[in-house]
Design a protein. Structure first.
Length: 415
């Protein structure tokens, strides 16, 4: 192991790495054929070893994840799990101190179906957290994150992905907060009626009046407004309304990769006044322009065949055939570091974070293959001249500040 890699690992022992987005709960649901109630965690409450101990190298993570146990609905996260990017040994190897677990539901669901699904995902995520108490603990506040990290466990926060999950109800929004959800991504891949998505045809022109009410109510109760997935017009409208920090839980810089999911410079520049955070993602199509062009081609082919490219299950069902004639290009860790540095340059070092989107993508960036790989990214940044203080801000300091600011604003607004 290089000296820089060791320095990165030591840094992540001292400062919490807070990742903004991980889709493990939905990946587990998919392994159970879409039925969250069938997911079983085995053994129920056994974690061998000390999760505060970080192995010397990701290659030292014990076990062989090459084989999937008989029933894919049964999973033991205390050992390496084949087919997933995330398990407890690899979280420890990556020095992950806190994780926003996404309680995502697809945009194909609406109304009561979307509300039911998001409640099931919250239930599944909280069950997962409770089954591994030596390694995971539910976090509801910035103070919780610091306390849980200091105890050697992964502080586990919840983030809801897609405003369709509230079915147009501020009451549902408030209940999601009560159940532990600490951010809501305003849209997913489709418009929600009151907010435009980055990957749908404009309809609202950004936020409607009700959409502005959603943003205000989120900030009044202390829930972070997440602008990943939304249209640029929605980004600006949200920043116009916001009085507390907003975040991008898993988005990169559009100046380096012209994908609609990425954040343009004029929006990044506004984060300084807002005290918000753009959490750079590792998804190849949002990191590399070549990968983005490949994905655009796949979406065009899907549309030609009458498949809705916004529906990820349908889109990725075409992927194996498309790959035969169009080999998948690769994104690299160095390109992710370029995005981190670009956000720092435009928004400032106080406004950049990380949101890997692991287990939410079939493709990974070379060098960032799973949750064990974060130290390699920090080693790259240290090699580029980043100070430990700047690395600590990137790792989690900036997100903790945003969360504290959101809590403080809510307390004042409610008083």
């Amino acid at each position: 192991m290089s000296d820089l890699h060791q320095q990165a690992r030591d840094l992540l022992r001292r400062f919490p790495l807070i990742d903004g987005h991980n889709d493990l709960p939905w990946a587990l649901r998919e392994r159970a054929a879409g039925d969250a109630s069938k997911v079983r965690f085995t053994p129920p409450a056994e974690v061998t070893g000390d999760p505060a101990e970080v192995p010397g190298d990701p290659a030292e993570v014990p076990g062989d994840p090459a084989e999937v146990p008989g029933d894919p609905a049964e999973v033991d996260l205390a050992a390496p799990v084949a087919g997933l990017h995330t398990d407890l040994p690899r979280l420890a190897a990556g020095g992950v101190g806190a994780q926003f677990w996404s309680v995502y539901v697809p945009a194909s669901l609406a109304g009561d179906g979307a509300v039911t699904a998001v409640l099931e995902q919250i239930d599944l995520a909280r069950l997962m957290i409770s089954r591994y108490p030596q390694a995971l603990e539910l976090a509801l506040t910035a103070a919780d994150v610091e306390r849980i990290f200091a105890a050697g466990r992964v502080a586990s926060l919840l983030g809801a992905e897609g405003g369709h999950a509230i079915a147009g109800s501020l009451g549902v929004l408030r209940m999601l907060y009560t159940l532990g959800v600490r951010y809501l991504t305003l849209t997913h891949n489709a418009n929600v009626g009151w907010a435009d998505s980055a990957t749908d045809e404009p309809a609202a022109g950004g936020l409607t009046d009700f959409g502005r009410d959603v943003v205000r109510e989120m900030q009044r109760i202390g829930m972070l407004v997440d602008l990943s997935h939304v249209a640029v017009s929605t980004m600006h409208d949200s920043l116009d309304v916001a009085q507390a920090p907003v975040i991008f839980s898993h988005s990169s810089a559009r100046a380096l990769c012209d994908a609609p999911r990425n954040v343009p410079d004029d929006v990044l520049a506004r984060l300084a006044d807002n005290r918000g955070v753009c959490m750079v993602t590792f998804v190849p199509a949002f990191v590399s322009q070549t990968c983005a062009a490949w994905m655009t081609g796949l979406k065009a082919e899907a549309a030609r065949r009458g498949v809705d490219p916004r529906n990820l299950d349908q889109l990725f069902s075409l992927k194996p055939e498309w790959e035969l004639a169009h080999p998948v290009p690769q994104a690299t860790l160095a390109e992710v570091a370029d995005h981190v540095e670009h956000v720092r340059k435009v928004a400032g070092v106080e406004h950049v974070g990380l949101g890997g989107d692991f287990d939410g993508t079939p493709d990974v960036t070379i060098g960032l293959q799973d949750v064990s790989a974060y130290p390699a990214l920090f080693a790259e940044l240290l090699a580029r001249g980043w100070s430990e203080a700047d690395c600590a801000a990137l790792a989690g300091g900036n997100l903790l500040r945003a969360l504290r600011d959101a809590e403080s604003f809510a307390a004042h607004a409610q008083a």
